[in-house]
Write a new protein. Structure first.
Length: 205
């Protein structure tokens, strides 16, 4: 695509690097920004810059946060003895949208994948075990995707958590095999949380 403005072309190139944004969509977005009021575009740019520079990870659960502890961890109405372990931030959002879970979270930041060179030490597993060993945790829900990597991660965490004498459960298998949590509809995901089973009972199936 050759444009009469190198500045416009550079903006299109950058927008096209976003996931799911092709060149035609990037062009439409760039032209829309060009038509907007300069102050509106400045606010847009500042919001993106501040998100990139100032958003951090929660010191407790590794969720995204504006402060050292995220809003969920700071919420005194949450059930602090219950931790839901998820792969990434999108899963926290998906579960929160169901309004079925009132405990806390722990974001692993990925799953164990030997083919990709990702082991337990590359994830936030140490932080999880530190939380459990500090006491006050009665149950850990393994809310991981029903993929081979998700199951591998679940087996590993179940073994480590059993050593710490914590009850381990997992989502009921209402989720499709091979699926990710953020792709499930809210009703299915909500029921899977409410109908969770002991980990070993489902893992043997």
């Amino acid at each position: 695509m050759s444009l009469s403005s190198s500045l416009l072309e550079n903006a299109v190139d950058q927008l096209a690097t976003l996931p799911g944004i092709g060149r035609r969509t990037a062009m439409r977005l760039a032209l829309d920004l060009l038509r907007r009021d300069p102050q509106e575009v400045a606010r847009f740019s500042e919001a993106i810059r501040r998100m990139r520079d100032d958003v951090r990870f929660c010191d407790v659960c590794c969720n995204i946060s504006d402060e050292p502890r995220c809003a969920i961890c700071r919420d005194g109405n949450r059930e602090a003895s219950l931790i839901c372990v998820v792969e990434d931030i999108r899963d926290v959002i998906a579960i929160e949208n169901t309004r079925q879970f009132k405990g806390l979270y722990h974001v692993l930041g990925g799953v164990i994948s030997p083919m990709d060179g990702i082991g337990p030490e590359d994830l936030n597993t140490r932080q999880l075990m530190d939380r459990v060993q500090a006491g006050g945790i009665d149950e850990v829900i393994l809310a991981l995707g029903t993929t081979l990597e998700g199951d591998t991660t679940g087996f590993y965490l179940n073994r480590k958590l059993n050593e710490a004498h914590v009850r381990v459960t997992m989502l009921a298998r209402g989720l499709s095999v091979g699926g990710d949590l953020d792709q499930a509809d809210e009703l299915t995901l909500g029921r899977s949380i409410a109908d969770r089973k002991p980990y070993e009972q489902l893992a043997r199936r």
